[in-house]
Write a protein that binds this ligand. Structure first.
Ligand code: G1P
Length: 289
């Protein structure tokens, strides 16, 4: 039996320059899709996937995230007094067990690999998940849960993958695959942001990972890769052949919320999925043809 995946790391140190001026004084992870911040979708997905400890790797200007997941005494009191029980339930249901959230700062933005490495002491010697909140996945079974299912079967590293248009391979970590049953593919190689002509395939990693703690040994080298950054992809690539390693074509739809159009599409999709909003929203949309 595999060691359980109990901890998740959320790298939230990024500057969010693509969403300026909205992100000038607000973390990009707090941008709401309908009425919930991106980071809350990520945390809820983790919780529904069995995660018990939530580790945020933050940076300057990210305190709104800490406040968001904290008890807000004044707000709760006011909602209680005004009899707003639905709203009160919303803000209390999202709270986790005291002590299950930890925050650590990445002092310099040196790359995703470096951000994950900053969490090494909090993760310790056990498998863990990484969730990038920019990648929002709408699915029946939570995307991370699907990865954990595969991990329980195979052990080792598991990453969520999808086929992307060849002209986009330079935005992703891209796989070279071995045995492939159409759902789960063995990873034989991994390259960070290859040019379309050089990409080993179009099967690309999106922001969901289950990783063995050995990844920290490789991150420890602090080697710079694509874009001069310390890449998680490079550390994972060093583990190929030493541990089982699979890419999972997850069930669900992934929205790239780091991109304006992707973000707007997520808003549309989540709004149309909500019984309380969809009828009026559909009606409103008919005016924008
Ligand atoms: C990161 C990873 C990349 C992965 C992508 C998924 O890139 O480095 O391997 O494919 O997330 O969204 P970023 O989007 O931070 O440039």
């Amino acid at each position: 039996m595999q060691k359980p995946v109990r901890k998740a790391v959320f790298p939230v140190g990024g500057l969010g320059t693509r969403f300026l001026p909205a992100t000038k004084s607000m973390p990009k992870e707090m941008l709401p899709v309908v009425d919930k911040p991106l980071i809350q979708y990520a945390v809820e997905e983790a919780r529904e996937s069995g995660i018990e400890e939530f580790i945020f790797v933050t940076g300057r200007g990210k305190s709104a995230i800490e406040d968001h997941f904290d008890h807000s005494y004044e707000l709760n009191d006011m909602l209680q007094q005004r009899g707003k029980s639905n709203a009160l339930k919303l803000v209390t249901d999202m709270l986790m067990r005291p002590g299950s959230f930890a925050y650590i700062r990445q002092q310099e933005p040196l790359g995703l690999g470096h951000a994950v490495w900053c969490a090494r002491k909090l993760v310790g010697d056990e498998p863990f998940a990484v969730i990038l909140a920019d990648d929002l996945v709408q699915s029946q079974r939570p995307c991370l849960r699907q990865l954990v299912d595969v991990y329980e079967e195979t052990g080792g590293n598991v990453v969520a993958v999808m086929d992307v248009p060849r002209e986009h391979t330079d935005r992703y970590g891209v796989l070279r695959t071995g045995e492939d049953d159409g759902r789960k593919a063995e990873v034989l190689g991994l390259v960070e942001k290859p040019k379309p002509a050089e990409a080993p395939s179009t099967l690309s990693v999106i922001g969901r990972y289950v990783l063995l703690p050995e990844v920290f040994d490789h991150l420890e080298r602090q080697e710079k890769g694509a874009g001069g950054e310390i890449q998680l992809t490079d550390a994972m690539a060093r583990m190929i052949g030493r541990h089982p390693f699979h890419g999972l074509r997850f069930e669900g739809h992934r929205f790239d919320c780091g991109d304006k159009v992707g973000f707007l599409e997520a808003t549309l999709s989540y709004a149309l999925d909500r019984d309380d909003i969809a009828p009026a929203f559909r009606e409103a949309l008919t005016r924008y043809r």
